[in-house]
Design a protein around this ligand. Structure first.
Ligand SMILES: Nc1ncnc2c1ncn2[C@@H]1O[C@H](COP(=O)(O)OP(=O)(O)OP(=O)(O)O)[C@@H](O)[C@H]1O
Ligand SMILES: [Mg+2]
Length: 298
């Protein structure tokens, strides 16, 4: 496993791999690696010849300096986690490597990018799309792997790839969940034991909506109401948003009918804000609704 910190080195490694006709799978992360990341890496290894994992905590994606500083980082531990997997390359650039002095070019994808996850962090998706574009230009990956947990990010990335004709395909991997159904997330490390227990209300709320849906309810407001009821009963949870949208443009839906749709939510536990989601009416996702740890296939 080679650890690369400089962009020119990454570019020359990727060029050599291309000359050898090797396909590259890219797995972008912010580090503090967990089973969600590892599932993406394993999928990348199945689908491509060479896997490049990136670890970069993108300052653009944070609401405040304090939130950026508090983000869990453990590069040494991440390397230990990656070694046994047989990952080929890890790209861990510094902030100045990604944004050198005078950096002034940004990629904006105008699909509700200032709503939901972008509402309080207006630069969030601009930062994510720009970093992805830099990676694509350096590496020319065949596939890039992104988690369904960050559903809005996958929708924005797919839209960017379509609009800009990027020669890359985005592979969305299912949400990896703890045994109690909670989505694995780096930020879960910020929670107190009580908050971690309370976090269970998120998958519970999604399940309540899913049950109603399975009973034939198609009115988005009714699904949201059922979720609110669950969430309001948990004193440690403070809802940021619950949204029912389509899966292509994130357009809000009043009625989910037979359209592929997504219910997403963000909830605060103390200062920690966590997200989760559920896809409805999409056969592609039906078979891959999520992976519970312990049942996870490797
Ligand atoms: N539980 C999960 N299941 C599947 N993919 C995941 C999961 N958690 C994160 N990912 C994916 O890993 C990629 C990198 O995410 P990131 O490094 O921000 O991890 P994270 O756990 O989402 O961190 P945070 O807690 O800060 O949101 C994203 O594509 C994200 O969707
Ligand atoms: Mg994340």
């Amino acid at each position: 496993m080679e650890i690369i910190t400089r962009a020119p080195r990454l570019r020359s490694v990727a060029a050599k791999l291309a000359a050898e006709n090797k396909s590259i799978g890219l797995v972008p992360t912010m580090g503090a690696l967990h089973e969600g990341h590892l599932q993406m890496i394993r999928e990348a290894q199945r689908m491509t010849d060479v896997v490049i994992v990136t670890i970069f905590v993108n300052p653009q994606q944070f609401k405040s300096e304090a939130a950026l500083r508090a983000y869990p980082r453990d590069l040494a531990q991440d390397m230990e986690t990656l070694k046994p997997l047989g990952v080929d390359y890890v790209f861990t650039p510094s902030e100045t490597e990604m944004y050198p002095d005078g950096f002034a070019s940004w990629v904006e994808v105008g699909v509700h990018d200032h709503e939901l996850e972008g509402a309080q962090r207006p630069d969030h998706f601009r930062g994510a799309a720009t970093v992805l574009t830099i990676y694509f230009n350096l590496v020319h990956p065949k596939f890039v792997f992104m988690g369904q947990k960050d559903a809005q990010q996958t929708i924005i990335a797919k839209k960017m790839v379509r609009d800009l004709h990027s020669p890359v395909e985005i592979i969305v991997t299912p949400i990896v969940r703890e045994a109690d159904g909670v989505a694995v997330s780096s930020r879960n490390a910020h929670l107190t034991p009580e908050q971690r227990k309370a976090l269970h209300v998120m998958p519970r709320a999604l399940r309540a909506a899913e049950q109603l849906f399975n009973q034939g309810e198609r009115h988005a407001g009714k699904l949201v109401k059922a979720m609110r009821k669950e969430l309001d009963a948990e004193p440690l949870a403070r809802v940021d948003y619950i949204a029912v949208t389509d899966t292509e443009h994130l357009d809000p839906l009043d009625d989910v009918k037979d359209k592929a749709s997504i219910i997403s939510l963000a909830v605060y536990f103390g200062d920690t804000r966590l997200i989760d989601n559920l896809i409805l009416n999409d056969m592609k996702f039906k078979a891959r609704a999520g992976i519970r740890l312990g049942e996870a296939k490797t």
